[in-house]
Design a protein around this ligand. Structure first.
Ligand SMILES: Nc1nc(=O)c2c([nH]1)NC[C@@H]1CN(c3ccc(C(=O)N[C@@H](CCC(=O)O)C(=O)O)cc3)CN21
Ligand SMILES: O=c1ccn([C@H]2C[C@H](O)[C@@H](COP(=O)(O)O)O2)c(=O)[nH]1
Length: 283
């Protein structure tokens, strides 16, 4: 929590105003932040200075794992977070590749679970990584990437957390996640949870202990219409003790995650938080 608040304060105190053409809004911006999550000790990085909708965050990462490309599938899993990008962005609505209501296009897991090879055929990158790690193999390239420049025009948004690199040291699994662009009041609140959960889940289904997760953020920003709420409300509050995450131990395989897992298989205990804050969302 401290590292989140430190980053928010750093943006407020040292950020530089940058125009953003896609949203038409200015962002107070810093470059480079490195956050670490102690997954080994289950120090769940949930924001306490406002109510965080952690189930929604976990639903997003499960949707990426399943290769979803449709906001309706994300809604069925428990999150509405893709509704606006799928249905309200004028550039995407005018894009001839959009397949209709709720379509997100070729993004995130839809790419990673079905990478087109230049010489024909496809690769299920996540399946390969899970198989390697389950067999104790770390080939120094166990990288789940969603970044596919040749397909940007086929999707509603480029991936923000675009790379998750898994590493084995003995029987302990580590994760380095990289994020190119970060909406700190809204997105990061979810992304911290997602990095923690991704390492915890992949460790669980590949039979390893979870170690640390390292989260690198390149462009970290606060939109102009979010600044007053962050500076004058959220940053005035005192953080509360960190809660714990509990994942159903019956989840043992990638197929379990793909088929029967729901948000009821995740519990958070001892979550004390301040009141919710409704931050504006930029489409
Ligand atoms: N501008 C922007 N910021 C983002 O963080 C973001 C995008 N766009 N587009 C793609 C995804 C969608 N994400 C989202 C979208 C909405 C919320 C949101 O509205 N959160 C509210 C309520 C969540 C709920 O009720 O489930 C929050 O208070 O956290 C969070 C992340 C993260 N990403
Ligand atoms: O997981 C996510 C997904 C998106 N975001 C934020 C970061 C930016 O504010 C927007 C994406 O806009 P770009 O113009 O494509 O950079 O969404 C996030 O923080 N976390």
């Amino acid at each position: 929590m401290k590292q989140y608040l430190d980053l928010c304060n750093r943006i407020v105190n040292e950020g530089v105003w940058v125009e953003n053409e896609r949203t038409g809004k200015r962002c107070l911006t810093v470059i480079n932040a490195d956050l670490t999550y102690d997954v080994a000790n289950n120090e769940f990085p949930l924001v306490t200075t406002r109510k965080s909708f952690w189930k929604s965050a976990i639903a997003e990462i499960i949707g990426y794992i399943r290769g979803y490309d449709n906001a309706a599938d994300f809604r069925a899993l428990g999150t509405k977070t893709w509704d606006a990008n799928a249905n309200d962005n004028p550039a995407w609505l005018a894009n001839p590749h959009r397949k209709g209501k709720d379509d997100m296009g070729y993004v995130y897991g839809a790419c990673a679970r079905n990478w087109a090879k230049p010489h024909g055929g496809t690769v299920d990158l996540l399946r390969q990584i899970i198989d390697d790690l389950s067999n104790g193999i770390d080939n120094r390239g166990e990288i789940l990437t969603f970044f596919n420049p040749g397909a940007f025009e086929l999707g509603c948004l480029r991936p923000c957390m675009y790379s998750h690199h898994f590493s084995l040291l003995g029987d302990t699994l580590y994760l380095n996640s990289t994020q190119r662009s970060c909406d700190v009041p809204l997105g990061l609140n979810f992304n911290m949870v997602q990095v923690h959960v991704l390492l915890a889940l992949v460790a669980q289904i590949t039979g390893h202990k979870a170690g640390q997760a390292y989260h690198k953020i390149v462009n970290a920003h606060i939109y102009e219409d979010q600044l007053a709420l962050m500076r004058d409300v959220q940053l005035k509050r005192e953080p509360l003790p960190q809660p714990k995450l509990h994942i159903n131990p019956k989840i043992k395989t990638l197929e379990d995650l793909e088929t029967w897992v729901t948000m009821d298989d995740f519990q958070v205990t001892d979550y004390q938080h301040h009141d919710a804050i409704k931050y504006p969302f930029s489409v």
